[in-house]
Design a protein around this ligand. Sequence first.
Ligand code: SF4
Length: 299
Amino acid sequence: MIKLIQRLKEEKKAVILAHNYQQPEIQDLADFVGDSLELAREASQLKECRLIVFCGVRFMAETAKILSPGKRVVLPVNEAGCPLADMVTPADVLQMKKKYPGAVVVSYVNTSAEVKALSDVCCTSANAVSVVEKVPAKQIIFLPDRNLGWYVQQRLPEKKILLGNGYCFVHERFTVLEVKTVREKMPEAEIVVHPECKPEVQKLADGVYSTSGMLRRARESPARKMVIGTEVGLLHRLKKENPGKEFYCLGTAKICPNMKKTDLKSVLEALSKEEPEIRLSEEVISLARAALERMLLFV
Ligand code: SF4
């Protein structure tokens, strides 16, 4: 199946992009593996390809389409969505804008294309602090992740962040007890967590990083053992890139079922049929693109 995928990929001038949370065999097959920001950048810079097979969830494939509107973008599993992204609708954004007319809307990249189109600028967990810092306004409507919004507010007390009430159900499952237990059983290990984790978990960790930040920290940290508070899929890359170190999940393995829906069979099918294709209106693409490009300019 891998050989077939590779042959078809060449024939069709396709590129396979995969998120850090994808299954190991999908990560190994992809031309590029990264977090939302890295994949957004990669999609915007692809020159030679005609078709993007996006192994991730819907909002990510939409982002690739917005940044590469001339290319066909397919999401191998149509139902691979993100519950966090579904926690804010265009109507919610309009309502917040009406309530706080002077505020700037910063939307996490985990949002639908329609929500991005109504936002002033987007951000990812890797650049949220830097984006909010550079926005020329004191009042920020930050949607939808309340934990990431809290993380940004701690680092930028001069800003007034109006939080959305969304959350990632995968990262919300990390607990204070899990951090305390690891501290007791593995005191030599460094504990790093994602900013989508709850504030009380973030406060107890040694560091709070996006997935790309965790990969960087793993390379640079003197610690030989690291305990990771994010989706379990990141362990594959961490272990592959740091063979001399040990990586563990914080508590029980936290799995995002949507990220695991993509398998070799669905990639092969998407490549051969060039479906399910991401289709967005020109208006949404152009407005959402402006918000994403502002983000790319800021970082
Ligand atoms: S891990 Fe959370 S934020 Fe990421 S795709 Fe899954 S539900 Fe969405």
